[in-house]
Design a protein around this ligand. Structure first.
Ligand code: SF4
Length: 379
């Protein structure tokens, strides 16, 4: 994995309803234009594919959202086939679809497997029904369990569960109960996110009115440490700030982002990243689904931004992303020449370890990771 690896991300922006804490690029449509959206994504793929000519086949294809589990399996299959036909998909490529528990039926896994999906990421968040209601979620804890059982019964064994912690009404015991409930379902991967309050959301409005929606910071860091320890105790080794996996089941897709891999982002609001010599280029698409579709179907994807990254900026990004991983980043002569003296000083302070071959944050460094990264890149 790493610099020579390519992944494809497909953003599917539609959801059945808008969760009050979510600021993702989401549209709630009475009638989702499934066909037009499929055609737009495939049209964009054909326009952007030449940027990635000559690369090895993609190692990952990730359908995120939004709720791509709402897209008929045949439409997902059409995109998979188009990616394979243009860029190539590695024989062992990770092909993931995000879904919500309430959308999973006994037919889900067989239909997705038949079109080439081999991994599901399920938006569970919690198994506590009261917390799920406060988060505006539509499923229950038992519903999440039934969804995992249905996926397994349908032959999809590679399952990630998303969990959330830090909502004001949640206790440490509650957060740990969620981890234990998740571990009991034997997922291959668990992502644990802290609830954050985004200004443009319903939760953001409530916070502005003075409501306390998050646990206190000191409780949050205790919760975070306990959640990681409980995951480790359950056989899911934390390998990144928010992610833990069974051995060999680390998410290939996200690992691409953290290791300077290239990715082609398709869909409304999607981001792409391509190497340009020692530098790189990053772009994003227009967020509004209708505008995105109209532009993509006309053969000219609507870009919201495009940014050139020089060699120095790309090096900084490698440090910023690589230190999120528990294993840290492999040090090469270019990195060492640019950041080595500061890295050695941070190691002397007990914040980095693994030198000279790797730079990885110690437990102390991880607790103040933003500061460590800032110091490393600014010297
Ligand atoms: S289902 Fe997921 S993407 Fe959709 S609004 Fe809720 S949190 Fe956001």
């Amino acid at each position: 994995m790493g610099e020579s690896s390519l992944g494809v991300y497909v953003h599917y922006p539609y959801c059945a309803r808008h969760c009050p804490y979510c600021d993702f690029n989401v549209a709630v449509a009475r009638a989702i234009p499934h066909d037009d959206y499929r055609d737009a994504v495939i049209a964009e793929l054909r326009v952007r594919a030449p940027d990635f000519a000559g690369r090895p086949p993609a190692v990952s294809l990730y359908f995120g959202g939004g709720t791509p589990g709402l897209w008929p399996a045949g439409h997902i299959g059409a995109v998979i086939d188009a990616v394979d036909a243009t860029l190539g998909l590695a024989a062992d490529a990770e092909v993931t679809v995000e879904a919500n528990p309430e959308d999973v039926t006994p037919a889900t896994a067989p239909a997705l497997r038949a079109v080439g999906v081999n991994r599901i990421s399920l938006g569970v968040q919690s198994f506590d029904d009261a917390l799920l209601r406060r988060l505006g979620r539509m499923h229950t804890g038992d519903g999440a369990r039934r969804a995992v059982d249905a996926l397994r019964a349908g032959g999809l064994e590679d399952v990630n569960l998303d969990l959330m912690h830090g909502e004001a009404g949640q206790t440490l015991a509650g957060a740990l109960a969620d981890v234990h409930a998740a571990v009991a379902l034997a997922p291959t991967h668990v992502s644990t996110y802290q609830l954050t309050i985004e200004p443009q959301t319903a939760f953001g409005a409530r916070a502005r009115r003075g409501e306390a929606l998050l646990v206190e910071d000191d409780q949050l860091s205790v919760m975070y440490g306990a959640v990681r320890a409980a995951l480790r105790g359950g056989g899911l080794e934390p390998y990144e700030i928010s992610n833990a996996a069974r051995p060999g089941r680390e998410a290939r897709h996200n690992t691409l982002y953290w290791t300077d891999g290239e990715y082609l982002g398709l869909g409304a609001g999607a981001h792409g990243y391509v190497h340009r010599g020692a530098g790189a280029e990053r772009w994003s698409n227009a967020r509004a689904a209708k505008r995105y579709m109209a532009a993509a179907l006309s053969g000219r994807p609507a870009e919201a931004s495009r940014e050139a990254i020089d060699a120095e900026g790309r090096l900084e990004d490698r440090v910023l992303c690589g230190l999120r991983l528990d294993r840290g980043l492999a040090v090469d002569p270019t990195l060492d020449a640019r950041f080595g003296p500061t890295a050695r000083r941070l190691a002397d302070q007990g914040l980095l370890a693994g030198l000279p071959d790797r730079w990885r944050a110690t437990d102390r460094g991880r607790a103040i990771l933003d500061r460590v990264i800032l110091e490393l890149v600014t010297g």
